[in-house]
Design a protein around this ligand. Structure first.
Ligand code: ZN
Length: 391
């Protein structure tokens, strides 16, 4: 799943006047230890059947039925599936997209709305960096790109070591010499791998790094990492480069990334709230966050996990208002009520590449109105503070 594909989904809007609905289906698999029970596939079918039943009430909507039937087929196929899965559909507008996702989608659910429901996706990818996983030992390095659930091997470096020192027989001098040579070859290899990581980072091939490397090699390899690269390092796990499988890499990387995103979200949210108190590059509360979104100031958005709020949206210019006013404050056209303002805010964040964090149990954010933003700049102040924009 690429950023462009996600942006396309965020821009989608079904034509309600034609009776079209945007269908979003999320499949959350059972944890591995429960997978034999096949509980999740049965549940998925139930969820779709329930939606079909409810669609009966929605009158003569043939499109919706066709989409739901097709989703039912997908749900049946997902029996025993280990990955999460999402379907976005609207046959009235010829839309059908399916994606495998990390198994962290919360629950299996179906949504029928004018816009696609992207919250489970935003929770996953809102703050997801372009990740490189480098698998390194003394003679090999394999470079993987992880984009959401999509793991691809991009490149590899191999410097096969000379024959093992032990094979050189009983001559102490020769054996010692060979050992030194092998150590030197490994050193050159580590330096070459570090250099590759640095140049790839400079080319923008990745933003954050996770290294898979055995404990015995890590200290030496780490000492050769360029300081810029080290700053981007999320963590390291232990694995055998020659035998490691995609699933193992994905599981390690996914767990480390999740923890890193949570910690980063907490720290940055505190920063935003402190800035807001000091009248600097931060705002809190729905009203101020909506205004900052419209002026293009928002760099990072923070929401508590279950945040939801009523608001109105202008039917003409899209202006969002936290007050339930009948006409738009910007252009005077009529507004419509949104039962959850997030349905409008999340697509905006995705389209504009705004980093999005959902936070669990964050008392400062709770007190600040459950929504906050870190700003690139403040439109109402002079520009001196701008250069301090957080990375
Ligand atoms: Zn308007």
């Amino acid at each position: 799943m690429t950023r462009d594909e996600i942006r396309e989904l965020a821009a989608f809007q079904a034509d309600e006047k034609k009776g079209a609905y945007a269908l979003s289906f999320y499949f959350q698999p059972d944890p591995p230890q429960d997978r034999s029970h096949r509980h999740e596939a049965i549940l998925a079918k139930e969820v779709v059947k329930q939606a079909l039943k409810e669609a009966e009430g929605k009158g003569k909507n043939g499109w919706l039925h066709a989409d739901l039937d097709r989703v039912l087929e997908v749900a049946t196929r997902l029996r025993g599936h280990a990955r999460g899965h999402a379907v976005f559909a609207c046959s009235a507008h010829n839309l059908w997209k399916e994606f495998d996702l990390p198994p962290r989608l919360g629950t299996t659910r179906i949504y029928l709305q004018p816009r696609l429901q992207l919250k489970p996706l935003a929770v996953l990818l809102g703050a997801q960096p372009d990740l490189c996983v480098a698998m390194v030992d003394r003679q090999r390095a394999r470079f993987f790109d992880l984009r959401l659930d999509d793991l691809r091997e991009r490149d590899a470096i191999v410097h096969m070591l000379s024959r093992n020192a032990a094979n050189y027989g009983y001559n102490g001098y020769e054996a010692g010499h060979a050992e030194r040579r092998v150590a030197e070859e490994a050193l050159h290899h580590f330096k070459a791998v570090s250099e590759r990581l640095r140049t790839d980072l400079e080319k923008g091939l990745w933003q954050r790094l996770i290294v898979g490397c055995q404990d015995s090699n890590w200290r030496e390899f780490e000492s050769h990492l360029h300081p810029y690269v080290k700053q981007r390092l999320i963590g390291r796990f232990s694995a055998d480069v020659a035998s490691v499988g995609d699933e193992e890499i994905r599981n390690h990387a996914d767990a480390m990334l999740k923890k890193w995103i949570e910690e980063r979200g907490r720290t940055k949210a505190e920063e935003a709230i402190d800035f807001a108190k000091a009248n600097g590059r931060g705002v809190t509360g729905l009203r101020r966050v909506l205004r900052a979104l419209e002026t293009g100031e928002v760099q990072t958005l923070f929401l508590t996990e279950n945040y939801s709020a009523h608001a109105v949206e202008c039917t003409h210019c899209g202006h969002l208002d936290a007050h339930m006013v009948p006409s738009c404050g910007a252009c005077g056209s009529s507004t419509r009520e949104l039962s959850d303002v997030c349905d409008a805010v999340i697509p905006i964040a995705i389209r504009r590449d705004i980093e999005l964090f959902y936070l669990k149990e964050h008392s400062e954010l709770d007190r600040a109105g459950n929504i906050a933003a870190l700003l690139r700049f403040r439109a109402d102040q002079n520009r001196t503070g701008q250069t301090a924009a957080a990375s």
